[in-house]
Each structure stands twice: as C-alpha cells, then as structure tokens.
Design a protein around this ligand. Structure first.
Ligand code: TYM
Length: 332
C-alpha cells in the first residue's frame, strides 16, 4: 500500500470547515486505500505562544475530531507528534541542510512574521517548515494530502530529501503533495478572498466544527455575497457565492450544477438556509461523537499511546538510517 502522511495543528479547541473540507474528508477517503499516518502536530503549534493547559486539551479535542470525522484509529495511525521523539531529532539534522535564504522564502513564514513583528517571531517559527519536512520524511511518505497553503512546504520537503539523498546516499522517499484543486482553499465567509483560518483575527467568518448549530446557521446567513443576486458559480466576480457553493457541494455531496439548478430564480436567503441545514446536520453528528469521546479521556489517551508506538516503530528505523549515514557514532 502507498504510504500517506498528513497532520494538523491543535491550535484551537475546534477545527474549522476548511480543515474538514480541505483535509479531513480526503483523509477519510484515502485511508481505505493507503497506509496512512495522521499526526496532531503539537510541536508545530508551539511556534506561536500556547497556554499549556489549553494545548493539552486542544490536542485531545483535535484527536477526537479526527476520529469523529471518520478517521479510523485501527486502520490508520493517528498519533501526537511530540510522543515520537524522532520528529525533533530529524528536524535538527535537516536544519543543517536548509539554507537561511531558502527558509526565508516560505510565504507562510513571511506572512506570520510580518504580522507578529521581528521581536515576537521565534526561531521555531522560522524552522517550522523543516520540522514538517522531518514529519513527512520519517515515514518514507509517498503522498501528502494537504490544502493549497501547504504546497510550498511540501516542495521544500522534496528539495531537502533530494539534497540529503545526494549528499549521504539514498535514504528518503521523495514525497508528492496531493491537493484537490476545487476544495484546496475554503475562504472566510466575511472576507471571501482570504483563506478561512483557525487563527483569523475575527471569527465572524469562520465555521467551527464544534460550534452550536444555531451559531453556525447565523454565520452562514450573514455570509458576504454580492448585490447582483443569482446563485451562480463565478469565482472572479462572485467570490462569496462561489465559496458557499463549494462548501455546499462538498457537504451535500452534490454537483455545483445541480445546486445552481435548484436555486435558479431563488434568493440568497433560501440558498443560505439550505446550506446551513446541510452543515449543521453533518457537524451536529460529529459534535455529538466528539463530546462522547472527550467524556472518556483515559480511553482516548490509551488509544493515542498505542498509535504513537506504531508510529515510533516506523520513524525510529528511518532516523537510525539517516543518523548512520550522516556519520553519528552508534550508541552501543
Ligand atoms: P493546519 O493545521 O494549518 O491545517 C490542517 C490542514 O487543513 C488545510 N486547511 C485548509 N484547506 C482548505 N481551505 C482552508 N481554508 C484551509 N485551512 C487549512 C491545510 O492545508 C492542512 O492540510 N503545517 C501543517 C501541518 C503539518 C503537516 C505536516 C501537514 C505539520 N506536519 C506533515 C502535512 C504533513 C499545518 O499547519 O496545517
């Protein structure tokens, strides 16, 4: 089976609909045909300041959301990144192969560091993409299903793998990003030309998986559209409606065409009401399951520990090979 790897940050207590559509739904499908590893990347989350007690809770909550959304922890390996020491170890080695200029060109770093200012920007944030490369390469990953915003990081991973292999001998599989064009970028409902994000300044345009259905419905009803009217997919001129159509189409498993037909001649109000029903129904079910899972944290922790053992068994072999080739003296 083809090896697949992906991950998400536990940087909020709930995932947002972009994570669900851009990542989780694909993971759920792909896990049936691939040897899949999914991590909760807490080491990445701390590249911006986290409250320790919250981070712990958010890590469990993120695991519960993976499972509730359909990731099967007996078919896939679902684990917490910090439980497997090899991530940080390989990341250090890869740091020494990464150019300062190369890392400086990562657009996500540029955006985040610009927002935070030089003094608040840490070396950890700068090295973030290298840690992501370590995640992927430790598992000899062939396919990395992610949203559009992670494409550049997967490119860097490929470059680092090739560089390591040519310098030290064949060690790492060169991975490929798998990005589903139509759903790779879900936009903020209030600002439909910028990406929906867990870390958005205002949450008015963010649909959280675990929000109360009433809150979600209200946000959808208030989503920005346009004055023209007409439920038609036109990304250029009607970005708000195009975004809602994308979300609707995925959540209802219907084509955009069939939705355009259904709402032809109707107002945005009807359209949004239909969308709100579909979203709150799916997320309502997931929410119920998440609350059940979080009700028994000991069981969840046990499951994560067993999965971490499986992940470590794979990662440790790759790490040992890489360290050996780099010339580290083996510990006897
Ligand atoms: P993160 O936690 O920001 O996002 C998790 C996944 O959700 C996708 N995503 C979106 N897709 C569509 N529309 C959106 N608005 C949207 N927002 C987020 C992201 O593209 C991602 O696939 N660096 C990664 C986590 C990571 C990782 C890895 C991923 C760490 N190591 C190894 C793959 C392989 C991140 O911060 O994702």
């Amino acid at each position: 089976k083809t090896r697949l790897y992906s991950g998400m940050q536990p940087s909020a207590d709930s995932l947002q609909i972009g994570n669900y559509i851009g990542a989780l739904l694909n993971w759920k499908k792909l896990q049936q045909t691939h040897d899949a590893f999914f991590s909760i990347v807490d080491l990445h989350a701390i590249t911006v300041a986290q409250d320790p007690a919250k981070l712990r809770e958010n890590t469990r909550a993120t695991a519960a959301q993976y499972i509730a959304a359909g990731i099967d922890p007996s078919a896939s390996t679902l684990y917490v990144q910090s439980h497997v020491a090899a991530h940080a170890q390989l990341a250090w080695a890869l740091n020494t192969l990464t150019g300062f200029g190369e890392a400086s060109r990562m657009t996500q770093f540029k955006d985040k560091s610009l927002k935070q200012g030089a003094d608040a920007t840490t070396v950890g944030l700068f090295a973030y993409p290298v840690l992501m490369a370590a995640d992927i390469l430790l598992f000899q990953t062939e396919i990395v299903p992610v949203g559009e915003d992670q494409r550049q990081h997967v490119e860097l991973t490929r470059d680092l793998a090739a560089r390591f292999n040519s310098r030290f001998g064949d060690t790492f599989t060169i991975p490929e990003a798998s990005i589903i064009r139509d759903t790779a970028k879900i936009y903020d409902l209030q600002n439909p030309t910028s990406k929906m994000s867990k870390s958005a300044e205002s949450h008015a345009g963010v649909i959280w998986m675990l929000d109360e259905p009433k809150v979600t419905a209200k946000k959808i009803m208030r989503a920005v559209t346009d004055a023209e009217g007409g439920v038609v997919f036109d990304r250029e001129n009607k970005p708000g409606v195009a975004n809602l159509l994308t979300i609707y189409s995925v959540m209802a498993e219907r084509s955009i065409q069939s939705l355009e037909d259904e709402y032809a001649g109707k107002g945005y109000g009807d359209f949004k009401k239909g969308l709100a029903e579909v979203v709150t129904e799916t997320f309502g079910t997931i929410r119920g399951r998440v609350l059940e899972l979080l009700d028994d944290p000991a069981e969840l922790d046990r499951l994560l520990a067993a999965n971490a053992d499986r992940a470590a068994a794979v990662a440790d072999v790759t790490l040992a090979g890489a360290f050996d080739r780099m010339g580290f003296l083996a510990r006897r």
